[in-house]
Design a protein around this ligand. Structure first.
Ligand code: NAP
Length: 345
C-alpha cells in the first residue's frame, strides 16, 4: 500500500471512532491519596438495565479508603490482588443523561440518588435497581451523602438491632459517616441513644440527640455496663467481651465496622468470633454487611426529605481536590460526611 493510500484509509471517517472523555479520579496502584490522579477516561456507556448520570455530587465513605489502599489484604481477593481492578466511588446524586436497554423506570433528565460505579467523575454508570428519585427537598450534595452510609445505618438499626420504641441504644463511633445516621435513625425509631466519639465531636453528636455522649479519649465505658438493649459498634475495634458487658443479658450487639486492625483481616476476626459465640450466650451477637436495596434507598431518601434524619455535612470538595478530601477522612477530622461536589447545585 502506498503511503498516500495508507493515510487515506487511516484517516477515513469510517475508520475513526470518536471517543469522548470525562474527568475522573483514577488509581492504577494501591497506596495513599498521593497516588490518585484526575485523568480523562472514556465517557461511560449504559449497559442493559443501567443509566448514565451527569454526576452532581458523590459522597466519600470508608469503603473508598479500603479500595484505594487495598487494606485489609483479604479484600484484594475482590478488589484485585496486585493492582486495583475496582474504580473508586459509589455514593452518587445526579441527572440521567442516557438510558440502557430495558430501562423504563428512569428517563433522560431525571434527578436520582443511589449507588453507582466510579462516581468520583463527571459522568458515571449505575444500575437502575440501585437508584431512586432524588426528593426535591434535598440538594444534590445532601442526596449524595445518603446512599451507603444511611442505608448501612438503617440496616444496622432496623434489621440487625431490631430497635424498638424505648430501647436503650449505644452507638460507638457516633460521629462518623455511618454513626451520625445510626444515632438519628435509632432516635426516629423511638430509642434513647447514647454515643461515643472523640473530644472535638462530642458537641456535634449531642446535637443529633444522643445523651449521654462519651469521649473515648477520656471516659471509661465501664460505668455504662449492663445498660443497653442494643450496642452498634462502628469504631474502635473493642474486644467482644467488653462490648457484651455493655449489654443487658438479652441485648443485641451489632458489629458494623472499625478501622485499624491487622493488615490481613483488619479486625474482621471479631465478626467470626461473634458468629461462633452467639448460639451459646443469651445475647444476640450479629454482624452487618450492608447491601444496596431499592426499598432501603427510598426509605432513607424519604426520612431525609421529611427531616427525620439529616446528612451531617462536614465539608464539600471539588473533584480535583479529591485527595485532600481523602486525607481529611484519614486524619479523623470529619464529623459526619464529606461530599465531592462535581457540579453546582
Ligand atoms: N458493615 C457494613 O456494611 C459497612 C458499611 C459502611 C461502612 N462500614 C465500616 O464502618 C466503619 C465506619 O465507617 P464510616 O464511613 O462511618 O467511617 P468514618 O466516617 O471514618 O467514622 C469512623 C468512626 O469511628 C470512630 N472511632 C475511631 N476510633 C474510635 C475508638 N477508639 N473508639 C470509638 N470510636 C472510634 C470515629 O470517631 P471519631 O471521628 O470521633 O474519632 C468515627 O465516628 C468503617 O470501618 C467502615 O469500613 C461498614
Amino acid at each position: 500500500m502506498t503511503l498516500l493510500r495508507k493515510a487515506i484509509v487511516l484517516t477515513s471517517p469510517l475508520r475513526r471512532k470518536v471517543v469522548s472523555h470525562v474527568k475522573a479520579i483514577v488509581h492504577d496502584e494501591y497506596g495513599d491519596a498521593d497516588r490518585l490522579q484526575l485523568r480523562d477516561v472514556p465517557d461511560p456507556v449504559p449497559g442493559k438495565g443501567e443509566v448514565v448520570l451527569d454526576v452532581h455530587a458523590s459522597g466519600l465513605e470508608r469503603g473508598a479508603w479500603h479500595l484505594m489502599t487495598g487494606r485489609p489484604l483479604v479484600g484484594r481477593v475482590a478488589f484485585g490482588v496486585r493492582r486495583p481492578r475496582w474504580p473508586l466511588g459509589i455514593e452518587v446524586a445526579g441527572v440521567v443523561t442516557a438510558v440502557g436497554e430495558g430501562v423504563t423506570r428512569f428517563a433522560v433528565g431525571d434527578a436520582v440518588l443511589g449507588s453507582g460505579v466510579a462516581t468520583y467523575a463527571e459522568r458515571a454508570r449505575a444500575k437502575v435497581k440501585n437508584l431512586v428519585p432524588k426528593p426535591e427537598a434535598l440538594s444534590f450534595v445532601e442526596a449524595a451523602a445518603l446512599p451507603v452510609s444511611a442505608v448501612t445505618a438503617l440496616q444496622a438499626v432496623r434489621d440487625k438491632g431490631r430497635v424498638a420504641q424505648g430501647d436503650r441504644v449505644l452507638v460507638i463511633g457516633a460521629s462518623g459517616g455511618v454513626g451520625t445516621y445510626v444515632v438519628q435513625v435509632a432516635r426516629a425509631f423511638g430509642a434513647e441513644v447514647a454515643g461515643v466519639c472523640r473530644t472535638e465531636k462530642v458537641a456535634g453528636v449531642r446535637a443529633l440527640g444522643a445523651d449521654p455522649v462519651l469521649d473515648y479519649t477520656r471516659d471509661d465505658l465501664s460505668g455504662l455496663e449492663g445498660r443497653f438493649d442494643v450496642v452498634v459498634d462502628i469504631g474502635g475495634l473493642r474486644p467482644l467481651a467488653q462490648l457484651r458487658r455493655l449489654l443487658t443479658p438479652r441485648g443485641t450487639l451489632v458489629l458494623a465496622g472499625g478501622e485499624g486492625g491487622g493488615r490481613w483481616l483488619g479486625g474482621m476476626e471479631r465478626q467470626l468470633q461473634a458468629l461462633l459465640w452467639s448460639p451459646f450466650v443469651g445475647q444476640r451477637l450479629t454482624s452487618l454487611v450492608s447491601t444496596t436495596k431499592t426499598d432501603d434507598l427510598a426509605t432513607v431518601a424519604d426520612l431525609a426529605a421529611r427531616g427525620d434524619i439529616r446528612p451531617v455535612l462536614d465539608a464539600t470538595y471539588p473533584l480535583d481536590a479529591f485527595p485532600d478530601a481523602m486525607r481529611r477522612l484519614v486524619d479523623g477530622d470529619v464529623l459526619g460526611k464529606v461530599v465531592i461536589a462535581v457540579r453546582e447545585g
